[in-house]
Design a protein around this ligand. Sequence first.
Ligand code: MLC
Ligand code: AMP
Length: 513
Amino acid sequence: MSHSNLYAALRAGFPANLDSTAVETDVGLHYSWRDLERASAMLANLLHSLDLPPASRIAVQVEKSVEALMLYLATLRTGHVFLPLNTAYQSAEIEYFIGDAQPAVVVCSGKNFGWVSKLAFKAGTQNVFTLNDDRTGSLLERAVHCSDQHAAVQRGSDDLAAILYTSGTTGRSKGAMLTHGNLLSNAQVLKDYWGWRPQGEGADVLIHALPIFHVHGLFVAIHGALLSGSKMLWMARFEPKQVVAWLPRATVFMGVPTLYVRLLAEPTLTRETCRQMRLFVAGSAPLLLETFKHWQERTGHTILERYGMSETAMLTSNPYLAADGPRRGGTVGLPLPGVGLRVQDEAGQPLPPGEIGGIEVRGPNVFPGYWRMPEKTAQEFTADGWFKTGDVGKIDEHGYVHIVGRSKDLIISGGYNVYPAEIEGYLNELPGVAESAVVGVPHPDFGEVGVAVVVAKPDAQPDADALLASLKARLANFKIPKRCFVVPELPRNTMGKVQKNLLRDKYAGLFAG
Ligand code: MLC
Ligand code: AMP
């Protein structure tokens, strides 16, 4: 049966025994498949009772919880559009997202209700609910009175399911619009390609350790488990000891490279703890070859690295089956079935294998565009309809894709994207700052972190730590550069452009080892 509403498709993957456990949490709660079905129906009925216009945005900034997952499912069921927001975002960031997306509903943590509701009401949002990670809050209080039966609203595959905001190299953050068709096609491809084991005896068990406001934790992990009727072992925050304790009961784990680095620091991670495991997936940032090899030595398992983006969900994957080829460390594998991937030069001409250029993609997983930014969308697609990823790479003689850099000025820190332009914009506004440059340098835990280099105004003597403290009051914590240097001038080329490569080289060893 084909389902255009993503929820209906996921629901079709639930096991026949709805009373079996779907989610077990790190605080010992058990949720059955029936609980997911009924509670998301109640939340869907609550949304329905609000009489919202079709395709309303439901903006959600809450701590990770199974109830937050239910709210996601409820949003899909009603045909509204899920808009998850990183819990680290502060008021200026949230104000922008709410102003831009104009959500009909905002759901936030009780502790943030004061400031979030103020921003939401100012932007014209009429419904603000709270949802806490201990199953309290006005959202659940209201939903408890709603029916637990709900038929998923019909949706076409081109209808919007979610908007994920990604910062921009210049100016405003962009909301990547993802459709039911984008997400479902990608979930189905990954279900087959990674050999998710269907419900019942021998079914997969996924350790879910990632946040649920990004592609990796929300779509790749959750869709995979739901579509195959697999149980999830669910942790609110990544905790390496808890992961190792769960490994003997699990078969699948997904993480950004930082999670693997931190797990390797646990002496209790051994071949024995991983004996049941069938698949370790890494992505969202480059996995160092050193981590890949170290993992192989310690656990006997070869990490499968894959590559994706908010705008496209998953694009490439190292092979799951040995028959399809080896998993090659330092590469992101082969384009997934149905995904077109090419490497072009700056003039838009295709490059032969081995040559480095811009990575462009197309396929049913590629988003239709950025929310209310038709011009930006047009710029990011080629005339013949391929999406320009902003990643720079090559395809080797075996057909494997290598990412060697980025044409977008972007730092990926612990799997979170940080755009230097945004940080520089804030720094340049601070008293005593004439100009600034933020660059990414290697870091043993986060892979890469930001370093700020600041030039003072004449006669001013800004204090580096005080500058960072000022940023901290305004921006999500993971965006704050880990170090700041006040220097007499920034290196520039003859065109006057700041030579960030020289700064990167200069500070490359700052966190070595
Ligand atoms: C936390 N900190 C970070 C950071 N995370 N600094 C830089 N980069 C990060 N990613 C800092 C905080 O600012 C804080 O500093 C200190 O570390 C402790 O904060 P914390 O919240 O307690 O950190 P922790 O729980 O240890 O978080 C680390 C982490 C987390 C690795 C578990 O960052 C994480 O869950 N990352 C995963 C991100 C993710 O899911 N990405 C997928 C994107 S999807 P201070 O100074 O304030 O104390 C995508 C597409 C695709 O990219 O292909 O998948
Ligand atoms: P986001 O916009 O948060 O979805 O981040 C997407 C970006 O993460 C991509 O454009 C890549 O630059 C990067 N990325 C994702 N997976 C990988 C990977 N396996 N290796 C290197 N970079 C990756």
